[in-house]
Design a binder for this molecule. Structure first.
Ligand SMILES: Nc1ncnc2c1ncn2[C@@H]1O[C@H](COP(=O)(O)OP(=O)(O)O)[C@@H](O)[C@H]1O
Ligand SMILES: [Mg+2]
Length: 298
């Protein structure tokens, strides 16, 4: 069975909007069918020392509305960067452009040195994501879901890869449980396992701990830190939990009205701008009128 690369984007589109239900063909339940479908992608060489993600002067306009207004930033290999900002700041629009779901009005996205516009399939093959609004199809078991997505991402030796991830995310005992029956924490772990199937160089995580209890959230944070440190995966993370951001992220980007207003290390950035904490800084930015931002914060 051969899946054209474009299916991957269909998956990302459907999953990112949360509208997703799958009926798995019987043939896909057979490991040998899956194994025979694996093929090696003919990828161009990556940019060597290039960043996991490079976003340059990205714009998205909807008629008179400018949702993203000249955003530029990098995420290095092994770095965890938080994309923060009040509702409507442009975070989801930015992420959707990086995932290839939205066409930028202007600007460039490079993933592992590969231009998303000119080498879309190769760039997206190095990316994956997990989002709080994008749960795995509930009518499939954990293992069926992972097989399905392994096919979409052309994962080589997928049976072994799935077993590794089931173990890593302590999901082995749920392998034959339908995802719709899992608890929030288990669903998040399954979504993270799915996000790592293709060993991405860039991982986009939209509020990965939003629905988790403190203990489950802590485990997920540790897992994500390990991914960055050991696998040198670049991670772009959104969260409204500022304590979590301070604990996990190497750098934060504070977005407001489609622009990167502030950027820096989460523990020192608040003091630099006269705020007691990251949360205070966030609240100040969220409540100040647009005119106060035009010259940057003091
Ligand atoms: N398809 C669209 N058409 C018009 N405006 C949009 C569209 N999508 C987003 N916007 C607007 O763009 C801005 C940024 O939205 P979004 O990226 O969802 O913000 P965030 O994720 O930071 O909350 C908002 O003002 C939103 O209303
Ligand atoms: Mg959003």
């Amino acid at each position: 069975m051969k899946f054209p690369g474009s299916r991957r984007y269909a998956e990302q589109g459907a999953a990112a909007t949360g509208r997703f239900s799958i009926t798995l063909p019987a043939s896909m339940a057979q490991p040998d069918t899956v194994a025979s479908s694996a093929k090696t992608l003919n990828l161009p060489a990556s940019g060597g020392g290039s960043a996991a993600l490079a976003v340059e002067n990205l714009h998205k306009r909807y008629g008179a509305i400018t949702a993203v207004d000249g955003v530029s930033f990098n995420v290095d290999r092994g770095e965890i960067v938080a994309l923060l900002g009040p509702n409507g700041a442009g975070k989801t629009t930015t992420i959707n452009m990086i995932l290839g779901l939205l066409e930028p009005s202007a600007g460039q996205v490079r993933i592992d040195g590969i231009d998303l516009r000119t080498h879309r399939e190769q760039a997206l093959a190095r990316t994956n994501f997990a989002a709080v609004y994008s749960t795995l199809p509930g009518n499939l078991t954990v293992r069926q879901n992972l097989r399905f997505f392994a096919l979409l991402y052309d994962v080589a030796d997928c049976a072994t890869r799935i077993d590794e991830l089931l173990e890593e995310f302590e999901l082995s005992r749920f392998r034959d449980t339908k995802c719709g029956l899992l608890s929030s924490g288990e669903q998040t772990r399954a979504a993270l396992a799915k996000a790592l199937l293709n060993r991405p160089q860039l991982l986009l995580l939209d509020e990965p701990t939003a629905s988790l209890d403190p203990s489950a959230a802590q485990l997920v944070r540790e897992e994500i830190r390990g991914l960055a440190a050991i696998r040198r995966c670049g991670i772009l993370w959104t969260s409204h939990n500022m304590q979590e951001v301070e604990a996990v992220c190497d750098r934060v980007l504070l977005l407001s009205h489609g622009k990167v207003l502030l950027e820096g290390e989460p523990r020192s950035l608040p003091q630099r701008h006269g705020a007691a904490s990251l949360e205070d800084l966030f609240i100040r930015i969220a409540r100040e009128p647009l005119s106060a931002h035009s010259g940057g914060l003091a």
